[in-house]
Design a protein around this ligand. Structure first.
Ligand SMILES: [Mn+2]
Length: 422
């Protein structure tokens, strides 16, 4: 995406944008400070989200999907050029093995990108793999399977080191489908023991992010099923181990913002996998189903990070983990990043001292008014302005469509390409 095309679009729409921006900025005490925070806030794009995702019933390619890691990096580069908010990429091994780390790294930096957390995969059997993960990996009853899974995680760390990444993200599908299948205590202890061996291979400046999920693919128990189990493992492992919150990995009605608040309080919140869900791990576009919940989560994040003096942009990891089954993946990711930044901006607008006062006086109605006043502010011109100031597009999706980027990608890569991933 040539910069002049973005600039030309912005120029055409500047007047209209300025009018909307001036209106909302006039209502804010320090719009300059807020814009700086928005500009600094970056969200990592997962390498597996650039192709059309599927369900277990099928997958329908939208055409022009990236055929290899290099093309995935190009797509993230395009997203970042448009929104200036996605300056890193998260790799899933072995879906995306960087064969030549130096050249992959330099291609990424050409687009202003670096590498976020690397993800291991012991939830599928790979071609030629000696032992199967059918009955789990790090918790497996057979020591040889556990050792294979440990070795894989250590290999993923090595790939990450070569790319300049500094976190290993672990999600296990380990669990059981039927009562009696597993001894819960034994499964937990074997998992802990396996993670300890991986932990010992972490470089000093690295972190281990432990993700949890209540069900699927197993339907009776998951060995790391909730934040308590993840937190327990992270606490036993040490300071480099933290709990990763994936928004879709909660049962319906779970108060995620409360979980976030307490993990932050304990210094054990690794970061986020953003998505949205209606029923389960739906992996829908962030903010597409319940943007108010996203705002409430960000409200706790901002409050909790400020209480600990943390930098919002770098204090924890921010990443999208979504799947796109009917939308153009690039448009979907642009929408997700936008939704995250909207929720963040709204959280920054919450009148904190007034909220503290309302809480002290048990003024419940006032507390709700304060939160909803921030939530109902149309902050979109603020996000657009922050993008404009960092060289991005006032409306990334509009530019993507106007330039017929997908059409160009289909011409270049073909109609029937399928990116690696689920
Ligand atoms: Mn996830």
């Amino acid at each position: 995406m040539e910069q002049h095309k973005i600039d030309e679009y912005n120029h055409r729409h500047l007047k209209e944008h300025q009018r909307k921006f001036d209106f909302v900025a006039s209502e804010i005490t320090k719009p300059g400070d807020l814009l700086k925070k928005l500009e600094a806030f970056q969200i990592a794009i997962p390498s597996w989200a650039l192709g059309t995702g599927g369900t277990r019933f099928g997958r329908f390619s939208g055409g022009g999907e990236p055929r290899n890691l290099e093309e995935k990096i190009e797509d993230v580069g395009l997203i970042h050029a448009l929104n200036r908010s996605s300056n890193s990429i998260s790799l899933h091994i072995p879906w995306d093995i960087p064969e030549n780390a130096a050249s992959v790294k330099s291609l990424a930096s050409h687009f202003g990108l670096h590498f976020d957390a690397v993800n291991s995969n012991t939830f599928q059997d790979q071609p030629g793999q000696k032992l199967s993960y059918k009955f789990g990996s790090l918790h497996h009853a057979d020591k040889a399977v556990r050792e294979q899974a440990i070795a894989h995680n250590i290999e993923v760390i090595k790939y990450g080191v070569a790319l300049g990444s500094n976190a290993l993200s672990v999600w296990l599908s380990d669990g059981s489908n039927f009562p009696g299948q597993l001894n819960f205590r034994g499964a937990f202890q074997r998992t802990l023991h396996s993670l300890q061996q991986i932990y010992e291979s972490l470089p000093d400046d690295w972190k281990m992010w432990i993700e949890y999920k209540p069900f699927e693919p197993n339907f009776y128990s998951t060995t790391i099923g909730d934040w308590g189990q993840s937190y327990l493992l992270a606490s036993k492992l040490g300071t480099k181990a933290l709990t990763l919150v994936d928004l879709g990995h909660h049962l319906q009605g779970t108060n995620i913002e409360q979980i976030v608040s307490l993990l932050l309080m304990e210094g054990k919140l690794a970061g986020f996998h953003f998505n949205d869900s209606k029923y389960g791990d739906d992996d829908l576009t962030v903010g597409s189903i319940n943007p108010y919940q996203l705002f409430l989560i960000f409200n706790e994040l901002v409050e909790g990070m400020d209480a600990r003096g943390m930098d919002h942009a770098t204090g924890i990891g921010w990443m999208i983990d979504a799947s796109h089954n009917v939308k153009d993946p690039i448009e979907d990711l642009l929408q997700s990043v936008e939704a995250i930044k909207i929720a963040y901006a709204q959280a920054l607008l919450v009148d904190k001292s007034a909220l503290v006062q309302a809480q002290l006086q048990n003024d419940v109605a006032k507390a709700q008014e304060i939160l909803q006043d921030a939530y109902r502010t149309d902050v979109r011109p603020l996000i657009a302005e922050s993008r404009l100031r960092s060289g991005g597009a006032l409306d990334p999706i509009a530019v993507f469509r106007e330039q017929n980027v997908r059409g160009g990608l289909i011409k270049q890569r073909g109609e029937k390409t399928v990116a690696t991933g689920l």
